[in-house]
Design a protein around this ligand. Structure first.
Ligand code: GLA
Length: 728
């Protein structure tokens, strides 16, 4: 049993294979947090301490007891207005405009299986794989209830948290702020690791001490954003890749979020993950419910590598859905960096023809095939095939391509509208715009009001009409600007940012149901919406608009802290690279891209015969190791932001097959030798390296490492394949 309730002590214990989470309903009905960390036994309410603390308020129920204060006690779901002056998980404005919500225990319920959140992505599991605990807390005055949800996936060491805010009262309230998880630590010194970035340079890493005051990351851009990923690690200050305590908080949501880490006056740490409170004032009428998106918690006492592998498993098996969540992905060539807007049907056909020769599985026609779209200033919203530009119907083009044995995919950007489009001319009020103000443009386009069902339904129909014109096996769903002008011509303004994201999810859900065999790849100017929420609908996401192999090493490294390699769209592109001008050799570009969902993004016609032969070989290799890369355990063996080399490896579940990739990042005169120490092997087994035929004990490879060759040139890359001797 993963969830145990001890009635007398009123203690809830959640157990996973390697972690324990405990909380207690105290005498006044407050739900106090006791512990989260390595597995422990017994009740841990002895951790609660009570002292008279000046300027920390005492609830009325405590009578003359000045030692009882919510300002000091660790809580499960801290609220505003109860004498806790730290960051709150929930702020409610009552009808009388007071900001107070005093939550006390009302009831709880334990069930088999994992709870679902209507309209929101969430971890899913078979009934025997998970248990759910729901705890109802209630404000006895306003009758507002909070339904705290805990999902426990024992085998995966995963605990999910979510909350539903339910207005059981007689008058309307406004939810000003709502989080799904709060972690309170009564002791310990922690670092916060967050993943910041910008367009074309996503998920760099920042590690800093959680110090007095509050450190805040989040997004107000309407999407989870390139700038801060909605996932953080709270780590012991001595924690490393393979040593020490760390906790992950991954928000399963693709819109505005807020994460606050705070060290309080008594050196206690609080970290909260939830919805962004700016641009959010969610009105709840009597009987209405607000579901806060889920946070996936995970703990490891073995460092970041182990934490990441747990998240990878969880996201691959319990977030990604559909046919492609667990099957090989087509190797594709995308027309964007090959032709940008400058193509016709023949260009795409020739790309497919060259693809067939190289055994590339699929051609993707990117932006520019619809409406009047010769550049990025017009046409968005007019999802009608530009047959004049293509020189044929879409159906004809797809059939010709399929006859070559090549699959066909297409690019769409349903959430957007160009002012220069038929759609905007007919329905200017469908774009998010504030009356009386000029819009803020982004890439010269506006955002459609996807909080509105009528707008979504219209676009959905247009898109389906296109997708029904032929055998389309892949869609790239793009979103190319941040959201501003948050105002809807219908509905309540304070809920738009949330309803918009739920609108996107609703659209994607319908699309997935209607085309269950179609692979949908997410994208938002590359990795601007690279989050677990999108992964529920799109099992792979274009990781970055930056295809430069050196930058990609770092972007993929940062992304790998939570997200499995199978979710990272990664392509070999031309040199000089279009984003950086760097000339990295084809072999290295191949090694870097094949660590994700592999493809190409260049004009195949411009390749020399030798390059074509090399690409054929890359694809052969990728197909040989694709399953190992997609399903194997992933180990980061260096930090490419700091080290002279980037090294990472994939190990099969039985640990008998291993793929090691190394890219040298620096080259100097009279260079020193780098030894790459491997991980995750069977120490007592002998591994044979396929190219050299040499054998090594797993223990030797892990303890002493493998010397890397010294080679002249920029960024040489190496692929080593090891197998335990005497296996098939
Ligand atoms: C975004 C995407 C690119 C490409 C262009 C098309 O920038 O990230 O891959 O699809 O849009 O306009």
């Amino acid at each position: 049993m993963a969830i145990v309730y001890q009635k007398e002590q009123r203690i809830f214990t959640l157990q996973t294979n390697h972690s324990t989470y405990q909380m207690k309903i105290d005498d006044f009905g407050f739900l106090l947090h006791l512990y989260y960390g390595s597995r422990t036994d017994g009740n841990m309410d002895y951790l609660l301490t009570y002292y008279d603390r000046g300027f920390s308020g005492n609830p009325y129920d405590a009578g003359n007891d000045r030692t009882y204060s919510m300002d000091v006690l660790p809580q499960e779901y801290p609220t505003m207005g109860i004498g806790d002056f730290r960051n709150s998980a929930l702020v409610i404005k009552n009808r009388d405009e007071s900001e107070c919500c005093d939550l006390r225990y009302a009831s709880h319920y334990v069930s088999k299986g994992k709870y679902e959140l209507p309209g929101l992505p969430a971890v899913y599991a078979e009934e025997q794989e998970a248990e759910t605990l729901e705890i109802i807390l209630e404000d006895r005055v306003s009758k507002v209830q909070v339904r705290l949800l805990y999902g426990v996936l024992e085998e995966e060491d995963i605990i999910t948290r979510s909350a539903e805010i339910i207005n059981k009262g007689r008058s309307g309230i406004v939810v000003e702020k709502a989080a799904s998880a709060c972690l309170d630590f009564v002791s310990g010194k922690y670092d916060l690791i967050s993943f910041y970035g910008r367009h074309a340079m996503e998920r760099n890493i920042q590690r800093e001490k959680i110090a007095h005051g509050s450190h805040v990351i989040g997004s107000r851009r309407g999407t989870s954003s390139h700038q801060y990923n909605p996932a953080v690690i709270i780590a012991g200050q001595d924690t490393t890749e393979d040593y020490g305590n760390c906790y992950g908080m991954v928000f399963v949501y693709s819109g505005n979020f807020l994460c606050e880490a705070e060290l309080d006056q008594y050196h206690q740490t609080r970290v909260i993950m939830g919805l962004q409170s700016d641009l959010f004032h969610y009105p709840l009428e009597p009987g209405e419910v607000l579901a806060v998106p889920e946070t996936i918690l995970c703990y490891s006492n073995k460092g970041f590598g182990d934490l990441s592998r747990k998240y990878h498993r969880c996201i691959r098996k319990h977030i990604c859905r559909g046919k492609y969540s667990d099957s090989s992905r087509p190797v594709l060539v995308n027309s964007w960096e090959a032709a940008y807007f400058d193509f016709d049907g023949e260009t795409i056909y020739r790309l497919a023809k060259d693809a067939a020769e190289l055994e590339i599985d699929m051609v993707v026609m990117d932006d520019g095939w619809f409406g009047r779209r010769e550049d990025d200033n017009s046409g968005l919203g007019d999802w009608q095939v530009n047959e004049e530009k293509l020189g044929c119907t879409l159906g004809e083009l797809i059939s010709r391509i399929n006859e070559l044995g090549v699959k066909f995919g297409i690019w769409i950007e349903p959430e957007m509208v160009s002012e220069d489009s038929e759609l905007y001319r007919e329905h200017p009020d469908w774009a998010l715009q504030i009356p009386g103000r000029k819009s803020i443009r982004g890439r010269n386009q506006l955002v459609l009001d996807f909080s509105r069902t009528d707008v979504r339904n219209y676009v959905y129909k247009q898109i389906c009409d296109v997708l029904d014109q032929g055998n389309i096996e892949y869609v790239k769903w793009d979103m190319n600007r941040s959201i501003t002008d948050v105002y809807s011509s219908t509905g309540s303004q304070g809920r738009i940012t949330y309803d918009y994201v739920l609108g996107v999810y609703d659209f994607l859900e319908k699309l997935q149901k209607r085309y269950p065999h179609m692979l949908i790849e997410g994208c938002s100017g590359g990795g601007g919406r690279f989050d677990a929420g999108m992964m529920y609908y799109t099992p792979q996401i274009w990781c970055s608009d930056n295809t430069d192999a050196l930058d990609r090493l770092r972007i993929q490294y940062g992304s790998s802290f939570f997200y499995p390699m199978s979710t990272m769209g990664a392509h070999v592109s031309a040199v000089p690279n279009h984003q950086t001008g760097r000339n990295i050799n084809l072999h290295t570009r191949g090694i870097v891209a094949m660590t994700g969902a592999f493809g190409y993004e260049l004009s195949l016609a411009k390749l020399s015969e030798e390059e074509k032969e090399e690409i054929r070989e890359q694809i052969r290799q990728y197909k040989q190791y694709e399953e190992l890369i997609r399903k194997g355990d992933y180990y980061r063996l260096s930090n490419p932001f700091q080290d002279e080399y980037a090294a990472w490896m994939h190990v099969s579940e039985d640990k008998k097959k291993v793929l090691l990739h190394v890219v040298m990042l620096e080259n100097h005169g009279n260079m020193t030798v780098n030894y790459v120490r491997m991980q995750g092997l069977l120490p007592g087994e002998v591994y044979e390296e396929s190219q050299s035929g040499r054998s090594y004990y797993g223990s030797a490879l892990m303890e002493a490492g493998l010397p890397m060759p010294l080679e002249l040139g920029e960024y040489p890359a190496y692929q080593f394949v090891f197998r335990v001797r005497n296996i098939d």
